[in-house]
Design a protein around this ligand. Structure first.
Ligand code: PEP
Ligand code: MG
Length: 598
């Protein structure tokens, strides 16, 4: 092991813990796909559909094996693969290409894959962006079945391996002997990929996003990986190995059963945790993780499933109704179409103007496409007959926008009532994403029922940082005192005007931010459902009083770095009296405080 020099690599730690073992390289995507002209396009269509059926069967099988291993909730991760395999729009696009271009199924599939992967990778939102890996994994499976290959066998692994892959399909966890796998390291992927989520669930230390990994490692190399810091050492020196092996092994407690009782802080303040979802099928995971409702349904994902970007009223009603019925009696907040800027509909080219993030986005755009908007409003109002539905407007800047929407809602409501559909009142909320709207909250409050803070965008606009621009990414600082002051102002104003308030941005899912939000007075947080159990444990272990002290102190600091250095130990201390299974190290590592900019 000492013959080769140590190589230190840096990636993103996505599942905590330290692992040492021998690399087993899994290089599944070295395939070259040729374009072949076919005479019998219909035979190619049949070949493709057969491969789809085989793939569906395999995924179903893997899902039940995964559920047996990791527990019921994690099997839903493979539902995403099933959904892609079952997606009519996806099939039609490929079948159409086979027939129109008279090409082989592999080529048509690869073209579609590249198109979708590119579209997902260009998104700002980390969770959405990471969904590209699901598309790659599913197409890889179909390609494998088209060629009749056998999957790389993970069922007969040697002991003590660290798997190294360009990308790792989460379904692989279903077929491997988990006792033999010490760690996982990949070239692509991030914290919100399903592979990362499952690694955490399975307690397998994992690091993702290491450039050129596959050209640097060989099977049999020694490797030490640190899931907390994202560091990976190839060919670790004997001294390093000895030092690591001397450290006491941390015994992590087992994950306990999900509690369904109302979440309260240690001193009894009720807190509500809801789920952010993008697809109807996520409702199962939201409920299983204890969500008290859907705090944010990003309806644009429904539009993305239609090649012309226009689901009909009936299509939308079916989706919204399903959400309402399955979540009943808890509420579901449907955010109206939020496209523009980096999120463009399949039928449109991304906006070419100089500042698309400040262009025709969200509600601005809906108010320019009234037919499309009215169709959505009607579907939302009708869905409210089947459960508790709320409506949220994205990217609101002025009170006039809300008034214009009200006119449309009232018109549609009257029309439905006169045609005998007894649609109930639908509470209306606005996303606080634009700083102007935050400073006008008191006025906006007279027109709406609740506020929803979209910190992902608010931080972008507040700090004047285009999230897609790497050169200024260091300024995207969620802990910057300016952001904290805005949030504190939001919490105070909402309380003064007596409006319900929730945070829907990604920060809700990080225990450190969750603690500071609690201390500022936020009592409703909405996040990806898999983070709910973690945030539940943290909030349940804190008192409001401690959280308030932390928030007060953080608000006096001058830089994001100062806040970071104060916050991370303070929160860890505040929950330390209660024994909870939270790996604070990896969550702290996730926050990039950025350099001092003061
Ligand atoms: C936000 O901006 O914080 C938000 C929740 O909306 P999205 O991530 O969909 O832009
Ligand atoms: Mg937003």
């Amino acid at each position: 092991m000492s013959a080769k020099p140590e190589i230190v690599l840096q990636g993103t730690g996505v599942s905590s813990g330290t692992a040492f073992g021998q690399v087993l390289k899994i290089d599944s995507r070295n395939r070259v796909i040729f374009k072949i002209e076919v005479e019998d396009a219909e035979a190619e269509v049949r070949r493709f559909m057969e491969a789809i059926e085989i793939s569906k069967h395999q995924v179903e099988n893997l899902k039940s094996r995964l559920e047996e291993k990791v527990g019921g909730d994690h099997g839903v991760i493979l539902d995403m693969h099933f959904l892609i395999l079952d997606d009519r729009v996806f099939h039609d696009e490929i079948l159409d290409s086979i027939r129109r271009n008279r090409v082989n199924a592999e080529w048509a599939l690869a073209q579609s894959r590249d198109h979708y992967v590119e579209a997902y990778k260009s998104l700002d939102d980390e969770y959405f962006r990471d969904r590209y890996s699901d598309i790659e994994h599913v197409t890889e499976r179909i390609l494998m079945n088209l060629s009749g290959e056998q999957p790389f066998s993970l069922s007969n692994l040697p002991d003590g391996v660290v798997l190294a892959a360009r990308d790792f399909n989460p379904s692989g966890f279903a077929v491997m002997d988990l006792g033999k796998v010490r760690g996982l390291v990949t070239e692509s992927g991030g914290r919100t990929t399903h592979t990362a989520i499952l690694s955490r669930g399975l307690r397998i230390p994992a690091v993702m996003g290491i450039n050129n990994l596959m050209s640097l490692v060989s099977s049999g190399d020694g490797v030490m990986l640190y899931g907390d810091t994202g560091q990976v050492i190839l060919n670790p020196s004997r001294k390093r190995i000895e030092n690591e092996l001397k450290k006491p092994v941390e015994q992590l407690p087992e994950i306990g059963p999900r509690r369904r009782v109302r979440l309260r802080t240690k001193d009894g303040v009720p807190i509500s945790l809801c789920a952010n979802i993008e697809f109807e099928y996520e409702i199962g995971a939201a409920k299983a993780n204890g969500a008290e409702g859907v705090g944010l349904y990003r309806s644009e994902l429904l539009y993305f499933r239609y090649p012309d970007g226009k689901p009909s009223m009936e299509d939308q009603l079916a989706a919204y109704r399903k959400l309402a019925e399955e979540m009943k009696p808890s509420p579901v907040s449907i955010r109206t179409l939020d496209v523009g800027a980096e999120k463009s509909l399949p039928s449109e080219k991304p906006e070419q103007c100089a500042n698309p993030n400040m262009g025709l986005r969200g509600i601005r755009r809906s108010l320019r496409s009234l037919d499309t908007f009215q169709t959505q409003i009607e579907a939302v109002l009708r869905a409210a007959c089947f459960g508790r539905i709320e409506m949220i407007l994205p990217m609101v800047t002025t009170i006039e926008e809300i008034r214009d929407v009200r006119v449309l809602i009232d018109e549609t409501h009257r029309r439905l009532i006169s045609s005998g559909i007894n649609a109930p009142y639908v509470p209306l909320g606005v996303m606080l994403e634009v700083p102007a709207a935050v400073l006008m909250m008191e006025s906006l409050a007279t027109e709406i029922d609740f506020f929803c803070v979209g910190t992902n965008d608010l931080i972008q606009y507040l700090m004047a940082v285009d999230r897609g621009n790497d050169q200024v990414a260091y300024l995207y600082q969620p802990l910057h005192p300016c952001v904290l002051r805005y949030l504190a102002h939001i919490a105070k104003t909402a309380a003064r005007v007596k409006k319900s308030l929730r945070v829907c941005g990604e920060i809700s899912a990080n225990p450190f931010y969750a603690a500071i939000l609690l201390g500022m007075g936020f009592t409703q947080l909405s996040m990806n459902s898999l983070s709910i159990p973690l945030i539940r444990r943290v909030i349940g272990a804190m008192s409001l009083n401690d959280a308030q002290k932390i928030a007060r102190k953080a608000l006096t600091l001058k830089t994001a770095k100062d806040v970071y250095e104060y916050l991370t130990p303070a929160v860890t201390r505040a929950v330390s009296a209660v024994s909870i299974d939270v790996d604070f190290g990896s969550w702290a590592a996730e926050i990039n405080p950025g350099p001092d900019i003061s």
